[in-house]
Design a protein around this ligand. Structure first.
Ligand code: CA
Length: 222
């Protein structure tokens, strides 16, 4: 999963980013003004946008309006100052999916972020069951044939993303775009490395490769 934070208070933006990276499976990009935020939001397949409303160059509401007008359905979580019911209503009317008023608890932001993404992928149950593999997205553990464990971060990110899209063939480009932020090294062969480790853990049949198309998570059952 990959999130874009559009927030001009840089310290807050980085705190949110760090919390998401530590407590969820999001890769995180940050934009510190509305124009940069819109440009990044239109050009990348984000799973979530966390959007401050008071932004330089382009307001959060204007960004949201342009994003929806461009046909982008990315879930948007609005951050707003206290006592601005009007902004909240306008935000909801313009197509935001959820909001938090500042100051907010980081734990609540992380929980809402995860819930929005589950909803977007049509996965109301936080436990994703695919074949013999069960992924608990709330606590980020994986249970395989009765044994529960915590995976290295990138292996977990890959498994969770494939599980969100279970039953679909997921291309390597999609995987790279949803697992890595702009600052990470995106050597495409690392995807194969993580796929191999997941197969070693959960059996060779867990993830099938469709040549030239991508990967499909079967959880060992076809
Ligand atoms: Ca602001």
């Amino acid at each position: 999963m990959r999130a874009l934070i559009v927030e001009d208070e840089e310290r807050l933006a980085h705190n949110i980013g760090r919390m998401l990276e530590e407590h969820t499976s999001f890769a995180v990009d940050i934009a510190t003004d509305g124009e940069a935020g819109l440009y990044m939001a239109l050009g990348n397949p984000y799973d979530l946008i966390i959007l401050d409303l008071m932004l330089p160059h382009l307001s959060g509401l204007a960004l949201l309006e342009k994003l929806r007008a461009a046909g982008k359905a990315t879930p948007v979580l609005v951050l707003t100052a206290r006592d601005t019911t009007e902004d909240i209503i306008r935000g909801l009317d313009l197509g935001c999916d959820d909001y938090l008023t500042k100051p907010f608890e980081m734990a609540e932001l992380c929980a809402r972020a995860k819930a929005l993404v589950r909803r977007a992928y049509n996965r109301p149950d936080p436990v994703l069951k695919v074949g013999d593999v069960e992924i608990n997205t709330a606590v980020r553990t994986v249970t395989y044939r009765g044994k529960t464990e915590r995976l290295p971060a990138m292996e977990y990110r890959l498994l969770e993303y494939l599980a969100m899209r279970a039953g679909e063939v997921v291309s390597k480009t999609d995987i790279i775009e949803h697992l890595y932020d702009f600052n990470s090294d995106r050597f495409s062969n690392v995807v194969e490395v993580y796929v191999s480790s997941l197969r070693r853990r959960f059996g060779a049949q867990t993830i099938q490769t469709l040549r030239g198309q991508g990967y499909i998570l079967t959880g060992g059952r076809t």
